[in-house]
Design a protein around this ligand. Structure first.
Ligand code: MSP
Length: 517
């Protein structure tokens, strides 16, 4: 694998990040961290989507200049991703000058090509979706089914993009590449939407929306959000109509574009058409994840149940985001909805990270200190059937990640942890020590420590801090590429001492957490 390029949706900045936004960034970060264990050249793009009527209105309401408003809110996303250890390579803001310039050039090129034309238009505009809706898209009350608001009737001269010209090519692409849309069950939904597509409005009159990128040769119009927003995936890389940058040539096409199921249409239809019109290669996969609900209810300001990632970390007094990352990344099978609940969070991370995984390392190292003063002796080093299980788990985890099955991959890691725990219980090294069978006892401990090296690598994408702490205690190089992992990481000699052993994850104390909240 030469390179891996993954993108997330860029978030609207009309509010602060919530755990739905965080879910997507964590999924993408986990994917990219995994692929960074398979290539030296993994790149992750995220950012913020800052133009449009919603920002214009919200900033006006509080008498704030829209750019300042965006600056303040974009920073909240940047801060939140830092808190969650989202290791993005680049953060793009659609108000960045380089982005605006390239979007204008893209628009110009498509106009010159005849794919963009001017027409007068009357339609129903939902500012929540920043999109025109057809009558048939509305619910029984005439409202947008997502935002539950009546769309505005708008009549104006706009530029239109000839989406219909690309309909057949898009259909062919989706049908010929069944793994293009992940999960595959969503492809039919897109195929049905394609049936009824029309050309789309790609600009708004400046008299109705002024917070946007102006059309180069027609300053009476601003480029409507989706052409602006979608182009970020290539403008970030330095795409230029005439002279694409080295970075663009290296990374495009994206290996995976991670988005929520609500914006799949824009990515699998509009975005493909724009790329086809620009004669650019298409992304390899679009991964449409499901929604995160709170205690099984939709998250919404009106219900007052919007959860911020920052508050979760604070409530549980968590110094690192690993537990939250783990919980979110494994919340649902690929593409399905997932749920956040406090109870489940505590139970799951305590069981998996503290009791099964962390405790296994801690107990094993402690026994090594107790029985052997922390030393691995050459006679301990023996083959074990567990080793081929561990190598096999690496293969299985890679296979799941090839299909972006992040939860499924984590289950394989858990299985390996369970097998290692069972191995300890079955072989009872404490009994072996009591019976004076010191070599056998040492071999059991050595075996587990080798397995823990593999586990630290596998858990790294989900829990980078825990993985690093495990690797440090094992004197194992956490940067080992997955294909280079061999079962020979634990060397003879002194491995550890009482002072060096630290728990990798402390159980969440429910009483303390409840008090803090
Ligand atoms: N700005 C557009 C995306 C443009 S991409 C070129 C947008 N922004 S958003 O802020 O509304 O949403 C950003 C991402 O967060 C989307 O992929 C959306 O699906 C995701 N989520 C927002 N709320 C969510 C949940 N409750 N659960 C999971 N993800 C959800 O759409």
């Amino acid at each position: 694998m030469e390179k891996f390029y993954a993108t997330t949706a860029i978030d609207y900045v009309n509010g602060a990040p919530h755990i739905g936004h965080a879910y997507e960034k964590i999924l993408t970060d986990v994917i990219v961290r995994h692929f960074s264990q398979r290539t030296d050249n993994a790149y992750m793009l995220t950012g913020t989507d800052e133009h449009g009527i919603k920002i214009q209105k919200t900033s006006a309401k509080i008498n704030m200049n829209p750019k300042e408003f965006c600056d303040t809110n974009a920073q909240k996303f940047i801060d939140c991703w830092k808190l969650l250890d989202i290791n993005y390579s680049q953060f793009i803001r659609t108000t960045d000058d380089y982005h605006k310039l390239t979007v204008q050039n893209i628009f110009k090129k498509l106009t010159e090509k005849g794919d963009i034309y001017k027409n007068s238009y009357t339609g129903l505009y939902c500012s929540g979706c920043e999109a025109f809706l057809a009558e048939k898209d509305l619910d029984e009350d005439g409202c947008c089914p997502v935002h539950k608001k009546k769309p505005e009737q708008i009549s104006e001269e706009n530029y239109f993009f000839k989406l219909t010209k690309y309909k057949d090519a898009i259909l062919k692409h989706i049908k010929q590449n069944p793994d293009f849309i992940v999960p595959a069950f969503r492809a039919n939904e897109v195929i049905n939407q394609l049936e009824n597509i029309e050309d789309i409005s790609v600009s708004r009159a400046i008299t109705s929306v002024n917070w946007g990128i102006k059309v180069l040769d027609d300053p009476s119009q601003v480029i409507y959000v989706w052409i602006d927003a979608l182009s970020n995936y290539i403008t970030a890389l330095g795409y230029d109509i005439n002279n694409p940058s080295e970075k663009f040539k290296t990374y495009w096409p994206a290996d995976v574009q991670v988005i929520g199921k609500d914006i799949l249409k824009f990515h699998s239809i509009y975005w493909l058409a724009i790329l086809m019109a620009l004669e650019l290669p298409l992304p390899k996969h679009i991964l449409a994840h499901g929604w995160i609900t709170i205690d099984e209810a939709k998250m919404s300001k009106s219900l007052g149940n919007v959860v911020s990632p920052e508050n979760v970390l604070k409530a549980y007094n968590l110094e690192s985001p690993d537990a939250f990352r783990y919980y979110m990344a494994t919340a649902a099978p690929v593409g399905r909805d997932g749920n956040y609940s406090d109870e489940d969070f505590k139970e799951k991370v305590n069981a998996h990270l503290a009791n099964s995984m962390g405790n296994l390392l801690n107990r094993t190292l402690s026994m090594l200190v107790k029985y052997f003063d922390g030393e691995i002796k050459s006679e301990f080093i023996k083959e074990s059937p567990l080793f081929s299980e561990a190598i096999n788990t690496i293969k299985e985890v890679k296979h799941h990640f090839d299909y972006f099955e992040i939860q499924e991959a984590s289950l394989k890691i858990n299985e390996l942890v369970d097998k290692a725990n069972k191995f300890v219980t079955d072989n009872a090294p404490w009994t072996l020590a009591k019976e004076g069978k010191m070599e056998e006892c040492g071999t059991v401990l050595y075996t587990i420590l080798e397995i823990m090296c593999v586990i630290s690598s596998l858990i790294y994408p989900y829990c980078p801090n825990i993985a690093k702490s495990m690797a440090k205690q094992l004197k194992y190089d956490i940067n080992t590429k997955l294909d280079d992992i061999k079962i020979n990481n634990i060397k003879t000699g002194k491995l550890t001492s009482k002072e060096e052993i630290t728990p990798v994850f402390l159980r969440i104390d429910s009483e303390l957490a409840d008090k803090k909240k």
